[in-house]
Design a protein around this ligand. Structure first.
Ligand SMILES: *Cc1c(COP(=O)(O)O)cnc(C)c1O
Length: 809
């Protein structure tokens, strides 16, 4: 790699001339960005050759199968990971190029909806960092998650054509393509007493891989791979023949039908997309990924007998659960193994992470759809189910309830979580509370059968992206104080506790936060023309918009504050800036009216001259990874207020915490563990517990009208919601009003309202005591080390994948 800015500059100019064929002065920003990426990619692969990858190859490969990878931008992170950011910035500077302009050229690869996809991206970094040969396997969607544009306060969706200019990080590998087979029929043949199955008359689709290098911080060991598959027609005589016969439309429709498979990312979050195309997508990246893994394993090992000792297949939620029948199919039909052996290898190789307890988000598919689209896979699932029930009958012959909840196929539907449960050796929840809920409720019966399979692996986030890169000022301050060790070992952040009483350090911490807040204020002013005060409390609620995440509860709080201020302008001490961001699924009307409500309240509040300097409400358009990296470092208060028991873990909560925000939250997901880490004095907890919610649901004791009748403040707000108070059209928020009263407030918004307001006020009062606040902020940063995904991945490596981390620390 470049030793100084001059050697970088020379290499850069040479590369520019080589690939652009024009003088640098005539280059566009894109040309300059493109050249930088190409240069880095080449240098990175030289490093790999240099570290003698083949010889150092660890014994076991991990493949992380995920429908989503929300990787965001790579260039900035990679410059920091390689350690050449300064050299590059200075070198470019001497060529009159601002590195920041080039960073802005990169498109935000938004191949995911939210937390689940971002988790997969954080894991890729940590696997590379720890020296695990861990690779991602997913789909190269032509269109990423839609771009959100707000028009008149309403969300509109614009296609995210992230590949428009090309994506210089990826490398197309047509020689590594795999044929994926759909539909057709299965013919059984009796070959010397053994039944052999042939899949015939299928529709072939060519899966072509695109590889993106994963290069983590100071990694002297290896470069991992994110492999994304693209669907292409198998260029055959068939469509050429059709063309020649003049059947242009038929030939073209075959082409577009195939390409549709990797066309769009379903913009559904915690929700079931029940469409044939979605099932095609799921089988597509499973069959392509496993096909390539098996091919490469056979090349180096000859047979698949010891496959599970050399390979771990991890399935991120149930979307890749078809890995189970597909691996069995390969071992059975292609390798000629018997069922027992195929089954044992498969279970031993595969592990599964559950991400949700919401019933509507647990995948199920009509059996008929399966039979038609994946005939051989369906037969294998039926056989897994049959054998499972047979064993169950032997072990639990008089436990009827088990036979109701655990089968894979029930009433003409295939239950993917049950398939994943039965066909893997490990299932984990993503936070302690979530894992407990899985054991006690969602998978209660499975827990009786397969107690030994359950583990908890609390999520984590890549602190090198969300702290080191996203918050350079704070990172510098931390490094000055405790040295650079925290970058490679986040637990060292605990050394910051020593600065608790150091007023000059606390002053600097305050300065850093203030600067980050100023930067965000400037961005908001530029984009929306709204002036916010960086001295005010930034109360931030950014994540997907969902009923269970209760953005509504936050809005009701703002309405309440507003009502109070109208009566008494001195009712509120300091100034508050409420910042929202997040996308709603395009078909999720309820979530979309929440976005509209936020804008209507903002309109009213921000324009009232009497309370201008007390309250501001901001909605930031198009929340994605890049925007997240701007927002988390500027937050004072982190809103994590989901209905207890609904949020599996949350990872936004961890990113806020490591940037020094204090959490205002319910005892849900990883908030529980954040509280354990920081103690009650440094977090603001309110509301029902998960147990209380469950009990209330079971006994049906909650009546939301009671809250309405007994709480006049709440009543006033609810009436404003369906009057002309915020909208010309009083019907606009009818669905919200009805959800709270007519449909008895499924998410306990009204129930938690009072304790939420009270606890917010406690937090706001604490903010008026700067020293105490700063100490809590420091305390949160110091305790955030356990929420690094490095810790999470070490746990996966030891407990689930049984693979060694080459980095010892
Ligand atoms: C971290 C992150 C999320 C997840 O946020 P939660 O608060 O855990 O729901 C979603 N989107 C983006 C862009 C993120 O960076």
């Amino acid at each position: 790699m470049f030793s100084d800015k001059n050697s970088f500059k020379d290499a850069y100019l040479e590369k520019f001339a080589e690939i652009k064929g024009k003088p640098i002065e005539e280059g566009t920003l894109w040309d300059k960005y493109h050249t930088l990426v190409v240069l880095l990619k080449e240098e990175i692969s030289l490093c790999r050759a240099f570290t003698n990858y083949a010889e150092n190859r660890p014994s076991k490969q991990v493949y992380y199968f995920s429908m989503e990878f929300l990787i965001g931008k790579l260039l900035h992170n990679y410059l920091i990971n390689i350690g050449i950011q300064d050299i590059v910035a200075e070198g470019l500077g001497e060529l009159n190029i601002d590195l920041r302009d080039l960073l802005a050229q990169e498109s935000d690869a938004g191949l995911g909806n939210g937390g689940l996809g971002r988790l997969a991206a954080c894991f890729l970094d940590s696997m590379a960092f720890l020296g695990i040969a861990g690779h991602g396997n997913g789909i190269r969607y032509k269109y990423g998650l839609f771009e959100q544009k707000i028009v008149n306060g309403y969300q509109t969706e614009v296609a995210d054509h992230w590949l428009k200019n090309g994506y210089p990080w990826e490398v197309r590998k047509p020689d590594k393509a795999i044929v994926v087979k759909y539909k057709g029929n299965v013919r059984a043949e009796n070959l010397k007493g053994r039944l052999v199955f042939h899949h015939e008359n299928y529709e072939p689709v060519l899966a072509v891989p695109y590889d993106i290098p994963i290069f983590s911080y100071e990694n002297p060991f290896l470069i991992n791979n994110l492999r994304l598959w693209s669907a292409e027609p198998l260029s055959s005589e068939l469509d050429l023949a059709l063309f020649n016969q003049g059947n242009f439309t038929q030939a073209l429709s075959y082409k577009s039908e195939v390409e549709a498979i990797s066309y769009i990312l379903y913009p559904e979050d915690s929700n079931l997309a029940g469409r044939e195309l979605r099932l095609k997508q799921e089988y597509f990246f499973v069959a392509a990924g496993l096909g390539a893994i098996v091919r490469s394993y056979k090349k180096s090992h000859g047979s698949l007998k010891d496959f599970s000792q050399g390979v771990s297949i991890h399935i991120n939620d149930t979307h890749p659960a078809l890995c189970i029948p597909e691996l069995i199919r390969i071992l059975l039909d292609e390798e000629g193994m018997d069922w027992e052996e195929s089954w044992n290898i498969t279970v031993d190789a595969i592990s599964y992470t559950n991400h949700t307890v919401m019933p509507e988000a647990l995948e199920k598919w009509p059996l008929d759809l399966f039979k038609n689209l994946l005939p051989r896979i369906t037969m294998i699932i039926e056989e897994i189910d049959r054998r499972f029930k047979e064993k169950l009958l032997r072990r639990f012959f008089n436990s009827e309830e088990l036979f109701e909840s655990t089968p894979i196929i029930k009433e003409g539907q295939i239950y993917m979580a049950n398939l994943a449960m039965i066909g893997s050796h490990s299932v984990n929840g993503v936070a302690k509370l979530h894992t407990e809920i899985l054991k006690k409720h969602v998978f209660k019966d499975f827990h009786r059968i397969f107690g030994y399979k359950f583990t908890n692996l609390t999520n984590g986030v890549n602190h090198r992206r969300f702290l080191l890169t996203a918050n350079p000022a704070l990172s510098e301050l931390i490094t000055e104080a405790i040295g650079p060790g925290w970058k490679t070992n986040a637990a060292q952040l605990a050394k910051l506790h020593a600065f608790r009483e150091d007023s000059s350090f606390l002053d600097q911490l305050a300065q850093v936060k203030y600067q980050n807040k100023v930067r965000l204020a400037e961005m908001i002013q530029e984009e929306q023309g709204v002036l916010i005060d960086p001295h005010s409390l930034y109360d931030v609620h950014v994540k997907r918009i969902h009923a269970y995440k209760r953005q509504l509860l936050n809005v009701l709080k703002i309405m309440e504050l507003y009502n109070r201020l109208l009566i008494d302008p001195e009712a509120v001490q300091g100034g508050y800036t409420f910042i929202f961001g997040g996308k709603a699924a395009p078909g999720y009307h309820y979530a979309k009216s929440i976005i509209k409500l936020i804008h209507s309240v903002a309109e009213k509040v921000n324009k009232n001259p009497g309370i201008q300097d007390k309250l501001k409400v901001i909605f930031m358009e198009n929340f994605n990874v890049s925007l997240a990296e701007r927002i988390y470092p500027a937050a004072d208060l982190s809103e994590q207020i989901s209905t207890a028991g609904k949020e599996a873990s949350g990872t936004g909560n961890m990113k806020f915490m490591m940037n020094g925000a204090l959490t205002l939250g319910t005892l849900d997901g990883a908030n529980v563990e954040i509280r354990e880490a920081v103690g009650d004095d440094h977090i603001f907890i309110f509301g029902l517990t998960a147990d209380e919610v469950l009990t209330s649901n079971r006994n049906r004791t909650y009546k939301s009208w009671d809250e309405y009748h007994t709480n006049p403040r709440l009543r006033q707000i609810l009436e404003q919601l369906h009057s002309h108070h915020f909208m010309e059209n009083a019907q606009e928020f009818r669905a919200i009003y009805d959800s709270l009263l007519l449909y008895n407030d499924e998410f306990y918004v009204l129930k938690d309202f009072e304790s939420y307001i009270r606890t917010f006020e406690e937090a706001a009062a604490r903010y008026e005591l700067p020293k105490k606040w700063l100490q809590s902020s420091l305390h949160n940063i110091a305790e955030s080390g356990i929420f690094s995904s490095d810790r999470t991945i070490r746990e996966y490596a030891h407990q689930v994948w049984r693979v060694r981390c080459r980095r010892i620390e």
